[in-house]
Design a protein around this ligand. Structure first.
Ligand code: SAH
Ligand code: F3S
Length: 477
């Protein structure tokens, strides 16, 4: 489940599951950052499962330690560096231990990791996981190994992910990789490469298999899902070079989501993340048409000021964004929204900041993920703009944005009180073992007393009688 506010200082999460009994080697695999990394780790676990590795939660007993890393903000990278230094002593005690870095930091830092951080033996970028068996042969021979080649085709479509650390109820299904948008602050286009879409048939197969295995909710995942376009494979940039037939029969995100909604009619469907620039009304219409598609859109905007949106190269204005929000509200009764905001981007004035606050009031987001701007090496903003907002100003503005989101969340949660909601039981409440936790269609978390006969994965009708800032309090009807 998504955290309310992303806490980058949080340790990464490691998962272990029962795998092949004949496997003798142990893999400790820890993921940092976005949902895509967690989803990629399931691919990595699947590949290594075939190579004799089962996962473990204890780094001390591992033969192979892999960190799937995040570069999105400086703090995220610092967290990983600290974690790596913890493995230094372990490596001294166990000379045969292999330590590897996967994901965005591997891609961004490449050989620097091997040269500067002598604790790492293996560096693998997000498009090179199929090469892991070969790379591990290198490290077993005592050599460092690296593959950070980005691909225009790789979607890991045929690899059935090993579901890590899940509740057996909700799962991610990756549908696109990479991003072509080039927002000026963002490192993702550099670390994850060109945008490409996965074969819809493999997506549908995966969704059906999940349903057969008892899963009740899937999240279609990509850096920019609304940009999904299947025309037989390859980078989206090459669409113009595709044949006429390929272009005419191409499948977009709205069509894909409809195919999924029909193929697994009782499965709850969510999607993340949407970029307002690529979002179409067609998607909202499909959301409205199918009961099993959740009425929730994560629609990052980053700023409420046109001046900032332009500098960020978001390719839409405040008015266009609000028009999109209003269209969704008109087509989908009860729709809810969440945001991502970047506070203190290059040249942000007090007036720009006020525009962000006023936009938030206008939309009334249920949730938000809010970050102080962190300059990333190699991005257009780093090359061409000055990171000129003092840290204390960024922090003050960030605090104001977070406080306002708190107010809005509380208000939105209050709006859910006094009526029934369909809640998917996803687990036991952290605070009270006698209570379930789950979410309604709008993605609001709800806790309620467990009743006899209820179990994980059930969808139950809950009357909501109260709320806190971020949680609904209810009882089963
Ligand atoms: N397409 C993905 C983007 C992933 S980055 C998505 O929309 O979720 C996730 C969020 O991190 C972005 O929306 C943005 O709010 C934030 N972010 C990206 N680069 C950042 C930077 N340099 N500093 C601070 N926050 C950043
Ligand atoms: Fe980053 Fe913008 Fe793509 S935020 S992931 S470049 S849509």
């Amino acid at each position: 489940m998504q955290e309310k506010y992303i806490d980058e200082t949080k340790q990464g999460e490691a998962f272990a599951i029962a795998e092949k009994p004949q496997n003798s080697k142990k893999l400790f695999l820890e993921s940092y950052g976005c949902q895509m990394n967690f989803s990629d780790s399931e691919i990595v676990a699947s590949i290594l499962n075939e190579q004799g590795y089962n996962t473990t939660l204890l780094p001390e007993e591992a033969d192979l330690i892999l960190l799937n890393t995040c570069s999105i903000r400086e703090k995220a990278e610092q967290t990983v560096r600290m974690r790596l230094s913890q493995f230094k002593n372990l490596k001294k005690e166990k000379p045969n231990l292999t330590v590897g870095v996967l994901g965005c930091m591997a891609e961004r830092l490449k050989t620097k990791f091997l040269e500067e951080e002598h604790l790492v033996d293996l560096v693998v970028g997000p498009d090179a996981y199929r090469d892991l068996p070969n790379l591990l042969k290198e490290t077993e021979g005592g050599r460092d190994a690296i593959n950070v080649i980005l691909s225009k085709e790789e979607t890991y479509a045929d690899i059935s992910p090993v579901r890590l650390g899940g509740n057996g109820v909700t799962a991610f299904v990756t549908i696109t990789r990479g991003c072509d948008n080039m927002c000026t602050f963002c490192v993702v286009p550099f670390t994850r490469g060109r945008e490409r879409s996965r074969d819809p048939h493999s997506i549908i197969e995966e969704c059906k298999e999940l349903w057969t295995n008892g899963y009740k909710e899937i999240t279609l995942l990509g850096q920019n899902v609304d940009s999904y376009l299947w025309f037989g494979g390859g980078a989206k940039k090459d669409f113009k070079k595709a044949t006429e037939i390929q272009q005419l029969t191409a499948i977009n995100f709205a069509q894909l989501m409809e195919m999924v909604a029909v193929a697994v009619p009782e499965m709850r469907i969510r999607f993340s993340t949407s970029n307002p620039h690529d979002m179409s009304t067609e998607v909202f219409k499909v959301m409205a048409k199918y009961d099993n598609i959740c009425k929730y859109v994560h629609l990052p905007v980053q700023s409420g000021s046109d001046r900032m949106l332009e500098k960020m190269n978001r390719q839409h204005t405040r008015a266009e964004y609000l028009a999109l929000i209003n269209k969704a509200k008109e087509l989908i009764p009860e729709v809810s929204f969440s945001q991502d905001m970047i506070i203190g981007f290059c040249g942000e004035t007090e007036e720009d900041h006020q525009l962000t606050l006023s936009l938030m009031r206008e939309v009334e987001y249920d949730y938000g993920y809010m970050f102080a701007y962190s300059e990333r090496p190699g991005t257009p903003a780093e090359k061409k703009m000055e990171d000129d907002i003092p840290a204390d100003v960024k922090q003050r503005r960030l605090a104001e944005v977070i406080a306002l989101q708190g107010e809005l969340s509380r208000k939105r949660m209050q709006g859910y009180v006094g009526r029934n909601h369909e809640i998917l039981i996803e687990g036991t409440s952290k605070k009270n073992p006698n209570q379930w936790k789950g979410r309604n269609s709008q993605n609001a978390v709800c806790v309620f007393d467990k009743l006899e006969g209820q179990k994980l994965g059930d969808i139950v009708t809950v009357f909501v009688h109260g709320n806190t800032q971020g949680t609904l309090l209810g009882e089963t009807v």
